[in-house]
Every structure is written in structure tokens, then in C-alpha cells.
Design a protein around this ligand. Structure first.
Ligand code: GAR
Length: 198
């Protein structure tokens, strides 16, 4: 079985979309894959309760318990590796990862970012897109590299910016699109993985 480990920091709606797609599309039979665990760096992440309600194992590795990014990333990697993952999926995981962590999972570490990368890497993407006068915003699924929000792009979806948009309203519409884009990108990745092995 190809284990998928999903990392979250907050609401976990992308995680839930992936977990539901895995169940509804029978990824076990189609891809030999399953969501094995959801790990959060925040004890109070609402997504943890959602994961538990979906019958998925959860764990917390709090970044506050470690004196450096390196120590935190080591502990996080230990928690992830306990599930022997084929794929690690960042879904609203709001921590910058160190180069050794990224290279440990190179080629099997995905992220979703709420902008059309390479535009607007980093935080506060919706406000920045509105202030820049963008007519089109969107979301990007990409492989994670040591260069923050700059890894190879796997999929993108565009969302129009309305004349009277607020960052909150735009974020909501982008998130709805993410919920289709990310499960499909993960399924495509799993499919490519199986065809590479075939
Ligand atoms: C999503 O919009 C995701 O693209 C964004 O956080 C939100 C998480 O929502 N990620 C980033 O900004 C990463 N830099 P969720 O917890 O409900 O999936």
C-alpha cells in the first residue's frame, strides 16, 4: 500500500477533500494508496478533529516544543516516517521547511499554494493579488523544493477576481477550487507513480 501522510496547520479542508476523494474514488483499488495519517504542528488545528471523524490516524508535533527549525523538522520527519509514506502532502501546512527535510522527501512532497505561482509566493496572497489589480487569481499544486513556493508546477486553476472582491471572499472561492484541484493532482501523481513502476 502506498501511504499518504498529510500535514496541516489549520482548517484541514484540503486534507478532507483528499481523504474523501480517496474513499469515494477507491484509491485503494485504483492506486493501491490510502491516507495513512494526518499530522499537525498545532494541537488546536480544527482539521485534526475532521481527520479523526474520517477514521484517519492523527499526530501532533508542535513547533513550539523545539528550539530550532532543524530540531522540529527532525521530529516531524520521525512522526511522518512512522507511517512509511510514499507521498507527503502539505495541505495548509504553515511552516517553512529546512533543506534537509525537503531533500529527504524530494520528488514525493507536494504543496498547494493559493496563487498562480510564480506570482505571489509567501503569505497574504489574496490581498496582494487584489492590490496588484489582478483580474485572475487561483491556486497551484507544486513539488516542494528548498526554494519556498518555487518547485515544479504540477497543476493550476484560475479564479476570476471580482471588482468588489475582498481577500476573504477571494480566499473562499479559491479554496473551493483547491478542493477539486488538489485531490485530482494527488490522484494524477499516484497514477504516474504506478505507471513508472509498471
Ligand atoms: C489553503 O488556501 C492553502 O492553499 C493555503 O492555506 C489554506 C489552507 O486551507 N496554503 C498556504 O497558504 C501555504 N503557503 P485548509 O487548511 O482548509 O486546507
Amino acid at each position: 500500500m502506498k501511504n499518504i501522510v498529510i500535514l496541516i496547520s489549520g482548517g484541514g479542508s484540503n486534507m478532507a477533500a483528499i481523504a474523501r476523494a480517496a474513499r469515494e474514488e477507491d484509491w485503494g483499488r485504483r492506486h493501491g494508496a490510502a491516507v495513512a495519517a494526518v499530522i499537525s504542528n498545532r494541537q488546536d488545528a480544527p482539521g485534526l478533529g475532521i481527520a479523526r471523524s474520517l477514521g484517519i490516524a492523527t499526530a501532533v508535533v508542535s513547533h513550539k516544543s523545539f528550539e530550532s527549525r532543524e530540531r522540529f523538522d527532525d521530529a516531524l520527519a520521525d512522526a511522518i516516517d512512522a507511517y512509511s509514506p510514499t507521498l507527503v502532502v502539505l495541505a495548509g501546512f504553515m511552516r517553512i521547511l529546512t533543506p534537509p527535510f525537503v531533500s529527504r522527501y524530494q520528488g514525493r512532497l507536494l504543496n498547494i499554494h493559493p496563487s498562480l505561482l510564480p506570482a505571489f509566493p509567501g503569505l497574504d496572497t489574496h490581498r496582494r493579488a487584489i492590490e496588484a489589480g489582478c483580474r485572475i487569481a487561483g491556486a497551484t499544486v507544486h513539488e516542494v523544493t528548498a526554494d519556498l513556493d518555487h518547485g515544479p508546477i504540477l497543476a493550476q486553476a484560475a479564479v476570476p477576481v471580482m471588482a468588489d472582491d475582498t481577500p476573504e471572499r477571494l480566499a473562499e472561492r479559491v479554496l473551493a477550487v483547491e478542493h477539486r484541484l488538489y485531490p485530482k493532482s494527488v490522484a494524477d501523481w499516484l497514477m504516474r507513480g504506478s505507471s513508472r513502476q509498471a
